[in-house]
Design a protein around this ligand. Structure first.
Ligand SMILES: Nc1ncnc2c1ncn2[C@@H]1O[C@H](COP(=O)(O)OP(=O)(O)OP(=O)(O)O)[C@@H](O)[C@H]1O
Ligand SMILES: Nc1ccn([C@H]2C[C@H](O)[C@@H](COP(=O)(O)O)O2)c(=O)n1
Length: 677
């Protein structure tokens, strides 16, 4: 997941390949709660690991469930031992539920019926998301729920219920604000339907029926039969008791599939490959958002499907504008809003009032951000109408505000395929953590830029601070990092270990040797050579001198050329070395030549070596630095020198932060985005 302040997507040209989607959020959180309420242990496979499931799992452990392991571990199922319909004595506490509607609402209902003493809290946006209709319905039953802040909204305090007045009348709940209210009652009331039937009656039109369909399907898996009378009355039979189904698999998220379905519809592939394969969800899905496929087809996508896979390719182009009632696919419909940017006219998405009370006011948010890109947008209480930019020149490079809403971030990634060749900036990309933490990694794995991904080159003499500055700049931008010096250090070390003398006569043998090695770069500057950890061995001054020696051999430089260029991948690269800007990435949009005085560099290197527990003395260091500088500058092959278009920075008197800021400022000056107001 990207934790950067923003993520710049370069202009993208083509897309092809396969994406394995993460588990569905809606199914994950329902299954987790049902398992928690059940008798027995449920083994849950493929649970989504995201912000919303994390808060749910934490809360379930607080109410007394045993969860093993305590959090989702990739590739491992979760074992949940439920409470069998009863809270432990004196169950109480504060449950923090972030911005997860799929946790706040069902847990409120279940705990209000079970009768714990809990405070239900979350992030500020959660306190703007209505829950009053659910609370009213629960109070009809005798549940005790108080508002801790604003009437009708979390945070809430749940106390002991009094069911002595419980009669045979049906429980009434509004169906036109959020289907999560009905889902919450459907999951909580089996706990009360031990001796009598319980009927829920929906007031107003029931929105998002597909989500109720998921709830009913999953209740059935946990042993609860519900009679559905025309989506207006739901009767839970007397004698209900949650029973673990044993093993259960969470299918992949159909809403998350929408971005890749759209991607297939928008793009052509490169190198003879065509289309996008979406794995983990297909035509047998129980999720309503799978019907996004029909909407995408209406806009021109060509879709083939199997039980749990989809293959999508471009059909009609430009896409066809549509006028569609999207009530059945409220979440995935946002993706249609992004697709509308590529349509042949005005697209209208109707019956989407629920967008206004989601993670943010999604109608307003989509309208604002689409306008930034150049679209003409009209919004109403329950609709949005989008006309794409009239021509290429009407597109603008936009910095997309994401409102802490994962779907806004994912939708607007598609705008990077604009016909104007513009990049797109996604602010706060980590908001995708709510449902699809590795969304951008998946997106980059199947997309290709129209130009090579952007590279920032930082060259300069030894100990000038290149490596330090490059690493921080890369981290701030979410870019890959190439420490090219380490490749020469590895080469020198490999040759020495193989007993090859570092002479010109052995240059080809050394080049062949390094080409035959498996070099692995791990986080935290860890480097493996054929599986051996050589991270410290390559950092000695001797290793630096050896590197400088082998770096004079053209055969070695040639062997490492493509290795270095292969580091240039989406979303971009920061490369540090001696010839990044002159030889390896001559077309890089930013080249920095970083220097510092010899005395200053020697002092820094001294401190660096001592802090690593390596021995050093200043006089030797100065001599070594000067010798290394001389060799690097005077060698014939790709000598150390500033590229003609490099910007120079002497950082003898600046801090690391100042140097980083300078590079980032230069980089920002090259971006087309308007400054954030
Ligand atoms: N502006 C700065 N102020 C103070 N210390 C710095 C500054 N820049 C870098 N340093 C420190 O100097 C040391 C050397 O920096 P670094 O290893 O990044 O240099 P380098 O140019 O990459 O060296 P080499 O080419 O040998 O790999 C590090 O300990 C780093 O923390
Ligand atoms: N692009 C590069 C990077 C490094 N070298 C050589 C010259 C250096 O003295 C040696 C070690 O580099 P360091 O890790 O200190 O940055 O490797 C080069 O020729 N070209």
């Amino acid at each position: 997941m990207y934790h950067t302040a923003f993520l710049d997507l370069p202009h993208l040209a083509t897309a092809s390949g396969s994406v394995q989607l993460p588990g569905s959020k809606s199914i994950s959180n329902r299954v987790l709660l049902l398992a928690a309420l059940s008798q027995g242990t449920t083994v849950v496979h493929d649970v989504l690991d995201s912000d919303d499931t994390r808060v749910m799992l934490q809360a379930l452990q607080q109410i007394g469930c045993v969860v093993e392991p305590a959090a989702v571990v990739a590739g491992q199922p979760l074992r949940i031992t439920g409470i069998d319909g009863f809270l432990p004595n004196n169950a109480r506490g504060q449950l923090f539920l972030g911005n997860a509607g799929t946790a706040m609402r069902p847990l409120t209902a279940a705990l209000a019926v079970l009768g714990g003493n809990f405070e239900m809290t979350g992030v500020p946006r959660m306190y703007e998301r209505p829950i009053g209709d659910l609370v009213d319905a629960l109070r009809q039953l005798g549940c005790k729920i108080d508002y801790l802040k604003d009437e009708g909204f979390p945070p809430l305090k749940i106390g002991q219920p009094d069911f002595s007045q419980l009669g045979s009348e049906s429980i009434k709940v509004r169906g036109d604000v959020s289907s999560q209210f009905l889902t919450s009652l459907l999951m909580a009331l089996p706990l009360l339907a031990t001796e009598q039937d319980i009927t829920i009656e929906v007031i107003g039109e029931l929105i998002s029926k597909p989500y109720i369909h998921i709830t009913l399907q999953l209740l059935a898996r946990f042993g609860i039969a519900v009679k559905n009378d025309n989506w207006q009355r739901f009767t839970i039979a007397a004698g209900s008791r949650y029973q673990s189904p044993g093993d259960i698999h969470v299918e992949a998220d159909a809403s998350s599939a929408s971005y890749f379905i759209a991607l297939g519809a928008l793009t052509t592939g490169a190198n003879g490959q065509n289309g996008i394969n979406v794995l983990g969800v297909g035509k047998d899905s129980i999720q309503g958002d799978i019907r996004f496929v029909e909407a995408a087809q209406a806009m021109g996508a060509v879709v083939q499907s199997g039980p749990n896979w989809l293959h999508i390719s471009r059909g009609t182009w430009p896409l066809k504008a549509i006028d569609m009632d999207c009530n059945h696919i409220p979440d995935a419909a946002m993706t249609l809003g992004a697709m509308a940017l590529f349509a042949d006219g005005t697209t209208t998405l109707r019956n989407i009032a629920s967008w206004r009370v989601k993670e943010t006011d999604r109608i307003a948010a989509m309208a604002n951000e689409l306008r930034k890109l150049g679209a003409t947008v009209q919004e109403g209480a329950d609709y949005i109408r989008i006309t794409p930019p009239a021509s290429r020149s009407d597109w603008t490079a936009a910095s997309i505000h994401t409102y802490d809403d994962h779907r806004i971030a994912m939708c607007f990634s598609l705008a990077a395929f604009n016909p104007a060749g513009l990049p797109v900036r996604i602010q706060d990309p980590q908001c995708v953590g709510k449902t699809f933490p590795d969304y951008f990694e998946a997106f980059f794995s199947v997309t290709q830029p129209s130009e090579p991904a952007p590279v920032i080159c930082i060259d300069g003499p030894t100990a000038s601070g290149k490596g330090t500055i490059a690493a921080i700049v890369a981290e701030r931008l979410g870019y890959h990092l190439l420490d090219s010096g380490s490749l020469y250090r590895i080469t020198g070390l490999a040759a020495s270990r193989a007993g090859i003398e570092l002479t010109e006569a052995n240059a080809q043998a050394i080049a062949d040797l390094v080409s035959s090695k498996v070099i692995t770069f791990l986080p935290d500057q860890q480097v493996l050579l054929d599986g051996d950890d050589i991270s410290l061995d390559i950092r000695t001054e001797q290793a630096g001198m050896n590197a400088s020696q082998v770096a004079t051999f053209p055969a070695v430089r040639q062997a490492l050329l493509q290795v270095q260029r292969n580091f240039c991948r989406l979303p971009g690269l920061v490369g540090d070395g001696r010839d990044m800007g002159t030889t390896i990435f001559p077309d890089a949009p930013l080249k920095v030549y970083l220097t510092a005085s010899v005395q200053c560099r020697a002092e820094r290197r001294y401190k660096q070596l001592i802090s690593k527990g390596l021995s050093a003395n200043m006089a030797d260091l100065i001599a070594d630095l000067e010798a290394r500088d001389a060799r690097d500058i005077n060698r014939a092959a790709s000598p150390l020198k500033p590229a003609q278009d490099a910007l120079h920075w002497d950082n003898s008197d600046s801090t690391i932060d100042e140097a980083v800021q300078q590079v980032l400022t230069w980089w920002e000056q090259r971006q087309p985005f308007a400054p954030v107001a």
